[in-house]
Design a protein around this ligand. Structure first.
Ligand SMILES: Nc1ncnc2c1ncn2[C@@H]1O[C@H](COP(=O)(O)OP(=O)(O)OP(=O)(O)O)[C@@H](O)[C@H]1O
Length: 262
């Protein structure tokens, strides 16, 4: 039995409120028929990106086409160096393509300057990194609050939203712990709460389970499934882990800067 199947089985008997142990329900994201005709929230067409390295041109992305539709869990899979993070940065408006187009909710990221992309990013996109990226001196609560402050959410809305997000990721009983008082899996769940607090449309996660053991990795994936359903978000994540791919709605396989069909 894989770690994910184990997590699903545990979830069936979940008693998180009683035990404080997080065992979320692993359920299908939603009826795929329902959103089949849905407009994509992200469209990537013919994207290329090169870097100058040591006097040479390194062609990292060689013509990427992809779409993300609402309420999906999409994974980018590929070897180290194949270009996954470069693409994720591009989708999130952190970098721009040399060629090609990126439309996020109809907005042309490839034509916009950094300030304009940052504005959209703060309001509509959430990021999760391999290394959790939490402020070490702030509690779980304060870390989540910080992201609401950054997104310009009115202070009067902070308390219920922070509480909701931390409960959603199963940390209702550890809200006031600081990162060093939490396990790796719990820290990653704080990072997820922080990333969804401002109600993004799209959540981007770069190897979110890479530093976790398989059990904790499975918990994080269950949280992802839950938040797609309850928060109406689309998640695009990179992974090396073949056991995690089975919960994806779609997998893009990247080889040397291109998608291949498997
Ligand atoms: N800013 C940059 N300047 C120069 N080279 C870069 C830059 N960003 C990425 N690269 C190079 O582009 C290639 C692809 O890197 P990228 O991080 O996108 O791969 P990846 O598939 O995410 O790998 P990993 O799984 O190890 O994170 C690598 O050879 C990397 O060294």
């Amino acid at each position: 039995m894989t770690a994910l199947e184990e997590a699903a089985e545990q979830s069936a008997a979940a008693t998180s409120a009683d035990t404080g142990v997080y065992t979320p329900l692993l359920v299908p994201v939603q009826d795929h028929q329902e959103t089949k005709a849905a407009e994509p929230i992200l469209t990537v067409r013919g994207v290329e990106r090169s870097f100058h390295v040591g006097g040479r041109q390194l062609h990292v992305l060689k013509g990427i086409d992809m779409e993300l539709t609402p309420n999906r869990l999409v994974m980018l899979r590929g070897r180290s160096g194949s270009g996954k993070t470069t693409l994720l940065n591009m989708i999130g408006g952190l970098d721009q393509p040399d060629r090609g187009e990126i439309f996020f909710m109809g907005q042309p990221f490839h034509q916009w300057n950094d300030d304009k992309r940052t504005e959209v990013r703060r309001k509509r996109i959430g990021f999760i990194f391999q290394s959790f990226a939490l402020m070490p001196l702030l509690s779980a609560w304060e870390n989540v609050e910080l992201s609401l402050r950054m997104a310009g959410v009115p202070r009067s809305q902070w308390k219920p939203r922070v509480q909701h997000c931390l409960e959603l990721v199963g940390l209702g009983k550890r809200m006031h712990h600081r990162p060093f008082e939490l396990s790796g899996g719990e820290q990653q769940r704080v990072a997820i709460a922080k990333a969804i607090a401002h109600r993004p449309t799209m959540l981007l996660a770069d190897e979110p389970t890479a530093e976790l053991d398989s059990q904790m990795g499975a918990q994080v994936m269950s949280v992802f499934k839950d938040i797609i359903r309850t928060e109406q978000v689309t998640i695009c994540m990179t992974t090396h882990d073949p056991t995690i791919l089975e919960v994806a709605d779609h997998v893009y396989q990247m080889v040397d800067g291109k998608f291949i069909h498997t």
